[in-house]
Each structure stands twice: as structure tokens, then as C-alpha cells.
Design a protein around this ligand. Sequence first.
Ligand SMILES: [Zn+2]
Length: 319
Amino acid sequence: MERTPLIYIVGTGRSGSTLLDLMLAADPHVTGVGEFSNFTDWVKQDDPCTCGRPVGACELWGPILAAVPEAAEVDVSFGVGLRRQLSRALRCILGASLTAEEQATARVNHELLRRVVGATGSAYVVDSSKDLGRACLLYLSGRFDMHIIHLVRDARGVVFSRSKTKPREQFVRERPDFAERAERWPERKRLRPTGYTYRRWMAFNAAILAVGVTRWRRHYRLVRYERLAAEPERAMAEIREWLGLAVHVAPAEAAIDAHNIGGNRMRFKPVTEVRVDDEWRRSLGKGPRALYALYGVPLVAALCNVVARRRPAPPTHGA
Ligand SMILES: [Zn+2]
């Protein structure tokens, strides 16, 4: 069996994964498929791909679905949930084998994604599902040649981003052709207590660090959102070198023609410029700032910084 080259973005929500996904997919040798864990839901509801056509009628996904009929029965997501993710992280560290059911799910994921590589001629597919348990099971399946990018954003930025609600109506005003389908989209912007967000941020990032450092090693790379957004060209040049891709910078707008599944609504708009979203520095309240230290978040953040800096000097890329 030939392993399918897969770039997997792992991290907590609101960490900039859509931005990174679009920046990666701006490379002509890379195809982004979005949050692929949502694929089964998308197929069931025949929701629109970012090309605008329903998945079943999309020029990329239509033929692939016809070639992989199991995709209609098997949920490719593996399921989510904090406990499940942490137990899978532990299994990954221990190098445990998959159950028969997990193997079957991994096989359908592989059948679909290897056809994306075949249809597009890409060197890599990007799955920005973010889910740690999924990353662990895909890795353990041995069906993918994985490059796992752990994207970390300052927890205070995540908390602030969660506190802002962007109404669905605003999106529908911009894209009225999606009005009917947007009705069925889950309300993703549920408000969570600040402490909940901090605890989850710590649990996930610590678990990802542990698997990355002990098991994934050279297949693993920690990228800070703040650095990616502040120095996009340099950060992307380093990532491309790690991936073995030719070092060049393509305009991010190119990615808008992609066939992405699920995720952030930013996918439906072109990326015109990259800048750091650090509004939390001005607008985050005193409560969440105090909790940040009380919960001990700076400790995990410091560990992340140590691993992020553990890199050779960036190559000069002639730009
Ligand atoms: Zn499409």
C-alpha cells in the first residue's frame, strides 16, 4: 500500500487553522480539503463545497464519491470528545494498534484522500480538522505519510475570539446564495466560560506536545499563530522547506478555487492580506486576564514556545 502524503493541522479552535490551510493550499503542489472530519455530514446534507456546487455535483468530489461508495455509510470523522482524544493521544504515544472498526474508518479516509492526490496531482493534501484523536488514528493506521502542524495561538486570543459572536445573518447577507443551506449549519459560536476555554486549551496543547515530541518527532512541527500572521512569508518558507516543497510564495487568493469541506466561513472569501488579529491585547477584560495566570496557562504556553523555537535558522529564500 502506498502511503498518501498528508499535512494535518492540529490545535484548538480559533487558532488560525483556516488561515494556515489557505496559505498552504496557495502552493500549486498542495490541495486543501478543509476540515475533512466533516466530510460525511457534508455528503449526507449535500452541502456546498467552497467551489459553490453541492459536494455530490462538485467536479473534484463527485467522481471520488462515485468511486468510493463506502463513503456513504462510514462516518470518516472517528468521533470527537475530550476523553476520547486524550486516550487516543496516549495510545499514539504507546504505538497501540487500531481496532477493526478504526481500521475500516482509516481505510475509507485513505481511499478518499488518495484519490484527491490522484485527481489533482498534488504533492500533499491538507486536512485542517484540528482534532487530535483523528490525527493519532490516521497516524497509527500507517496509511498516511503525515506532516503534522501543531498550530498554537495565545490562549487569551482564543478566549477573546470566542467571546465575539459573528451572526450567521451577516454571512448570509454577503452570500445570499447560501441562505437556505446556512439554516442547517450548526451554531458554532456558542459561548463557553473563560475557565473552560483555558482548561481545554491547556489539555489539548499539552497532549499534542506530548505526542509530537515523543511519537511524531520529525513529522511534527509547532507553529505559533502570532508568528505566522506577523511574518507570513518567512514562516511559510520554513514550513515549505520542512515539507520539501520548492520555496516560493504564491498569492493567497489562489486558494479560493479550492474544494474545501466544512469549517470557517472565511473559506468562502479570498484572503487579501494577512495580519495578526491581536484585538484581545486592547479589548480583553480584567477577569479573563487574571484567570489566564491563575489557571497556570503561561506554563503550557512557555513549553510551546520552547518547542516552537527548537528550529534551525530559517533559510534565505531570495525574496
Ligand atoms: Zn468543489
